[in-house]
Design a binder for this molecule. Structure first.
Ligand code: P70
Length: 437
């Protein structure tokens, strides 16, 4: 851990026992996906594999057009370049790191319009990722509809703890935006998990297949950015999907500069085959129920032991609430970073900080942003681990909780200029610097 600068991103995976850093690209592919990969058409242009992926996106998501990208941030880059101009404001249901960076790089500003409950780890709400319609209306009024190129709605909301958005909320957002002529874009990275929560929690959806729920969700959007590395059960890939042909045209113009031809966007033909097959597998009701319930299985064990976690338990990860876990530490002593490091030292389980380090600095004031949520994310890859692995993780977290008073804070000794969490380095605070309360 010392060699890795107390940053779990800097560990070698060989040195990790159970890897819960992320569910991104860490999925196990099925026999059908592997065999589809053997059929990859590696033509430079117009590959059959592109048309297979396009067909899957049309059928399952329902958007007319699709441009592949190397991963989600590639799609974010394209849509930000196409729609955002300096001075624009992009309301969204909580920030996501890469999404916001691309908005800011185009001279835009992200405005948070998620409901207040999303920022409170203990608040109980079945759809904690919902957009606050009043906050959104206020933002449109304050900045003027002409300065809002689109509203970006993530389903589920990663940094709120994998929390879903309700179908009713999507309808309400659509209606409000339509009345102002504003587009609505989806970050569909984990939309299948969101669809499962709608089935589970929203009246009228219990008997509908997840596939139909996802399709209805997407019908309220003009398009989506997608990191296929999550829901689509692959190791690499993404896409930008839309109905509008002008945006398609612009996306095709941009993608050749940054990713590759519009029929491969930085992906190999075989990658597009694996995504196409994964898109059909991800909406299997039994699969997605198992996936979300495995996350719940880990979360329930921690909750039963009194460990502070974000509730309700989300779709892709269990989030430890580092503020309540380590109340002796100030946020500037990086409690979530310190807790993730301790977990690795205890059991070789790798988690990820999602707090003040991830949040970065305000581009204007250069001060640390101090997010309300100071979390450690235990992210479950799809189709990789058994519930026995989850038992080991629960055991280790519980043992840390029992000796939580001993855990010290960190000092940041190297800070890169952007997306600092990926490569920042830390050192434990010297003993005696801070006396424990
Ligand atoms: C994670 C990954 C990626 C992601 C996402 C949402 C809701 C877009 C993207 C970008 C990887 C990650 C990214 C930044 C910091 C830490 C980890 N999330 N929207 O582990 O997609 O990675 O394919 O470019 O969650 O949560 P991509």
């Amino acid at each position: 851990m010392a060699e890795a600068g107390y940053n779990t991103f800097l560990l070698r995976s060989e040195d990790v026992y159970i890897d819960l850093l992320t569910d991104s690209g860490t999925n196990a592919m099925s026999d059908r996906q592997w065999s589809a990969m053997m059929m990859g058409d590696e033509a430079y242009a117009g590959a059959r594999s592109f048309y297979n992926m396009e067909r899957a996106v049309r059928e399952i998501y329902g958007f007319k057009h699709m441009v592949p990208t190397h991963q989600g941030r590639g799609a974010e880059h394209l849509i930000s370049r196409i729609l955002i101009r300096p001075g624009h404001v992009i309301p969204g249901n909580m920030y996501f790191t890469t999404t916001r960076v691309h908005q800011e790089m185009q001279g835009g500003m992200f405005v948070d319009v998620v409901i207040d409950e999303a920022h409170d780890p203990a608040a109980q709400h079945p759809f904690k990722g919902n957009v606050d319609i009043f906050k959104l209306a206020e933002a449109i009024q304050t900045y003027g509809a002409q300065n809002v190129p689109y509203v970006n709605v993530a389903c589920t909301v990663n940094l709120a703890g994998g929390q879903p958005v309700s179908m009713q909320n999507l309808r309400d957002v659509r209606e409000l935006c339509a009345s102002h002529g504003i587009r609505v874009w989806c970050d569909a990275t984990r939309a299948v998990e969101n669809a499962f929560f709608i089935k589970d929690r929203e009246p009228g959806y219990a008997d509908k297949p997840v596939r139909a729920i996802l399709h209805e969700m997407m019908s309220y959007f003009d398009g989506c950015t997608m990191s296929a590395k999550k829901d689509c059960l692959v190791n690499i890939g993404g896409f930008l999907a839309m109905n509008d042909e002008t945006i398609l045209q612009q996306a095709r113009e941009q993608v050749v500069i940054f990713e590759g031809m519009p029929t491969y966007g930085g992906l190999a033909g075989r990658d597009m085959e694996a995504i196409a097959q994964g898109i059909y597998e991800m909406v299997d009701d039994a699969y997605i129920a198992h996936r979300v319930n495995q996350v719940r299985y880990l979360g329930e064990q921690l909750r039963a032991a009194g460990v502070p976690i974000v509730e309700p338990i989300g779709g892709h990860a269990v989030f430890l609430d580092a503020r309540r876990f380590l109340p002796q530490l100030d946020q500037e002593e990086f409690p979530a970073q310190a807790l993730a490091a301790e977990l690795y030292i205890d059991s070789g389980v790798r988690a990820m900080e999602r707090g003040i380090v991830s949040s970065g600095r305000d581009p204007m004031t250069k001060e640390n942003r101090r997010p309300k949520l100071e979390l450690v994310r235990l992210t479950i890859p799809r189709r990789v681990y058994t519930d026995r692995h989850m038992d080991v993780v629960a055991w280790s977290v519980k043992s840390l909780y029992e000796r939580r008073e001993e855990i010290r804070g960190l000092d940041m000794v190297y800070e890169p200029p952007t997306l600092r969490f990926f490569s920042a380095r830390f050192e434990p605070q010297p003993v005696g610097v801070k006396t424990l309360a």
